[in-house]
Ligand binder design. Sequence first.
Ligand code: SF4
Length: 234
Amino acid sequence: MLTYETWDNKIREFNSDNPTKGALDVLKWAYETYGDELVYACSFGIEGSVLVDLVSQVKPDAQVVFLDTQLHFQETYDVIEAAKNRYPPLRIKLKTPDLTLEEQARKHGEGLWKVNSNLCCSIRKIIPLEEELGGVKAWLSGLRREQSPTRQNTQFINKDERFQSIKICPLIHWTWKDIWRYAHKHNLPYNILHDNGYPSIGCEPCTQAAINSDDLRSGRWSGTGKLECGLHEG
Ligand code: SF4
C-alpha cells in the first residue's frame, strides 16, 4: 500500500481517455487499496457534487467529511442535506472546530477572518482536517488542474507533506464544462449559489461573486492576495 512513509516518487498513472477521464479508475484503485482508511474531504461545491456521485458508485458507504467552519452559506448546508437524502449509505460527517465562533472571538477578537485569515483558516479548517486525517492513510479531493495556477501540477496521486498523507485527486483532467455536463446529465443536487455568479464557494465572510469571469476562484479572499486556505499547500 502506498503510504506517506513508503512513497517512492512514482506517480501512478491511469488512462484518462474515457468518459470520466480516469476518475472512476482512480476511485476503484483508491478504495481497493485503502478501503476505510480513505476519507473524502468534500467542500460541496459543484466538483463536490460530481465527486460524491462518482464515489457513491464505487463505495456507497464511503466516509465523507465536510469541514464545517460554522461560517458557510445556508445554501451550502442545503446541498449537504440534499446529498444525504440522495445517497443515504454515505457516511457524511460535518466536522466542526474545537473553538466555537464565540470562543474564537473572545480569544482572538471579533471577525478574525478580516485581520488574520490564515489563523482563522488554521483554527477552523486545517486543525480539524488534521484531526480527521489522523487515523487514515489517504484522502480524496476534488481539485481540478484548470481551477487555478496553484493547482495545475496536481497529479492523480500526490504526496501530501502538510497532512503526512496521500492525497488522491480523481478530477484533475475535468474542465468546468465537463463538470456541469455531468451534473446536469445526472440531475445532481448542487449549490444554487453557482447560478448566481459564485463559481467557487467557501465561507460566507470570505466569498463573493467572481470578479473575473476567467478566474473561477477570483471571488475567494478577494483583494487579500490569499489564494488557498492551506488545505492544498505544502
Ligand atoms: S475561509 Fe475565511 S471565514 Fe473561513 S476559515 Fe478561512 S478565514 Fe475563516
